[in-house]
Design a protein around this ligand. Structure first.
Ligand code: G3D
Ligand code: MG
Length: 191
């Protein structure tokens, strides 16, 4: 009789952190993305938690571990737990509030400072695209794209720009999917 060897099926775990100012829609994006595949949220008293989703990447199942913050990070200990070992990040801003766009560099600094200066695959997300036509002075698609291109040149990673709506669900799946694929490619190429 054939024996099943469970240990040989160790799955890859991708730790994804959601970065961005308050109320840009990080939690809403996560809830929208997790949908049916949602398993469990591991609440921690420190103010950060993660949930996992099994994702099929070209026939291989990986585990996406998506980290989120309950509020602002006040303690260094939370920062360390949150950022350490991150394999990818979604940089989220709200297209209707330019300060959240201008603050993206600070979130990158925050990641580097707390992840041993290791840069990881990232996707720039302009969220709340459903409000584009009603908001004055919204960040244009071209401005988001240009910033992502500058980030790509600086980081030597291809950093895509995607506009999403956690409200309608538009592009949410593809935002996470492109990040997972880029993480997979990066891990493959770096051994
Ligand atoms: P955060 O986790 O980044 O702090 P949240 O942000 O996910 O809590 O979202 C903040 C508010 O923005 C929420 O509204 C949420 O419903 C809203 N929101 C999130 N994403 C979108 C979006 O794509 N479009 C629109 N129109 N609203 C969005 P409330 O009123 O619940 O505080
Ligand atoms: Mg939140």
């Amino acid at each position: 009789m054939e024996e099943k060897c469970i240990t040989s099926e160790r799955r890859k775990i991708f730790k994804i952190v959601l970065l961005g100012d308050g109320a840009v829609g990080k939690t809403a994006l996560r809830h929208r993305y997790l949908g049916d595949g949602f398993q469990q949220s591991y609440s921690m008293t420190i103010g950060a938690d993660f949930a996992v989703k099994r994702v099929n990447l070209d026939g291989e199942e990986v585990v996406a571990q998506i980290w989120d913050l309950a509020g602002q990070i006040r303690f260094q200990s939370v920062r360390e737990v949150y950022y350490q070992g991150a394999t990818g990040a979604l940089l989220v801003f709200d297209i209707t509030r330019s300060p959240t766009f201008e603050n993206i560099p600070n979130w990158i600094t925050e990641l580097l400072d707390n992840n041993k200066n290791k840069i990881v695959p990232m996707v720039l997300i302009g969220n709340k695209s459903d409000l584009r036509n009603t908001a004055d002075g919204a960040i244009t698609y071209d401005a988001g794209l240009e910033y992502a291109q500058n980030l790509s040149a600086w980081s030597h990673f291809e950093i895509p720009y995607i506009e999403t709506s956690a409200l309608s669900g538009d592009n949410v799946e593809s935002g996470f999917a492109v990040l997972l694929r880029n993480i997979e490619n990066f891990l493959d190429s770096s051994g």
